[in-house]
Design a protein around this ligand. Structure first.
Ligand code: SF4
Ligand code: SF4
Length: 242
């Protein structure tokens, strides 16, 4: 695949025309290559597409090493999402993005912790379990872990990367409210099969009274009704009305 040096890249977009499969995207004035789309034809590097010399061929190993660095070093911004730290805004801008709509529940499964960490093989087990239970995962330009997957429908990861170790990483997705319990139960089953910890964040849309029927359902699945949460009051624009 092709790596783009984010320090050198000016976001000019000159390289886009060289890629016949649309693997290169410019976002937040930085270019990035989708590793699942890049065919390694090297048309871009062979033709010196980049006036800044920011494009270099790279192995999967180098890509994963770079990915680990970006996700684990909070001073580095993830190119595709424009967000530092673990590269995702989670639910914090839901009023603008509208990712989780009424009638849906968003899941943020926060795996590992500083001092504990997590192997990707365990992350994949959890991703596969929640996908099988009907969670629709967010793509890589929204939630970086998607860039490590070969199939967002099943939660299958790139081959040979299970031994890679992270401080923490977030699996994000959503499901209809009616299926919230199914995903929670899948998590309760798979937690016995992994050698790390995770915390579960639920992204819920409340009604005009500030209530969510889904919260009241949690004790049915052995989970306490949360006494604290982050509240997005909807001051962002554009307002999401659905
Ligand atoms: S190597 Fe080929 S497919 Fe990959 S980014 Fe360059 S032109 Fe596109
Ligand atoms: S041509 Fe080079 S500097 Fe311009 S967007 Fe592509 S990688 Fe970045």
């Amino acid at each position: 695949m092709i790596l783009i040096d984010q320090e050198k890249c000016t976001g000019c977009g000159d390289c886009l025309a060289y890629c016949s499969v649309g693997a290169i995207k410019v976002k937040n004035r930085k270019a990035g290559v989708d590793p699942h789309r890049c065919t390694d034809c090297y048309v871009c590097v062979r033709n010196k597409a980049c006036p800044q010399d920011a494009m270099t061929p790279s192995s999967l190993e180098a890509f994963i090493d770079e990915f680990c660095h970006v996700i684990s070093d909070p001073t580095v911004t993830t190119a595709e999402t424009g967000v530092p730290g673990r590269g995702t805004e989670e639910s914090k801008t839901n009023d603008v993005t509208g990712r989780v709509k009424k009638g849906e529940v968003g899941f943020a499964i926060d795996m590992g912790r500083p001092g504990v960490g997590c192997y990707l093989r365990d992350v994949e087990k959890v991703a596969r379990a929640v996908c099988a239970a009907g969670l629709k995962l967010e793509p890589g330009h929204v939630s970086p872990i998607g860039k490590l997957m070969t199939n967002l429908e099943t939660g299958e990861f790139l081959p040979g990367i299970g031994d890679k170790y992270f401080l923490s990483i977030i699996i994000e997705g959503k499901t209809p409210t009616s299926n919230m319990g199914g995903v929670i139960q899948a998590l309760q089953r798979v937690e016995k099969e992994i050698d790390t910890v995770f915390s579960l964040g639920l992204v819920l849309r409340v009604d005009e009274e500030g209530r969510s029927a889904a919260i009241a359902e949690l004790p049915k699945y052995g989970l306490p009704v949360p006494t604290r949460g982050k509240v997005n009051v909807g001051l962002g624009r554009p307002l999401v009305t659905d």
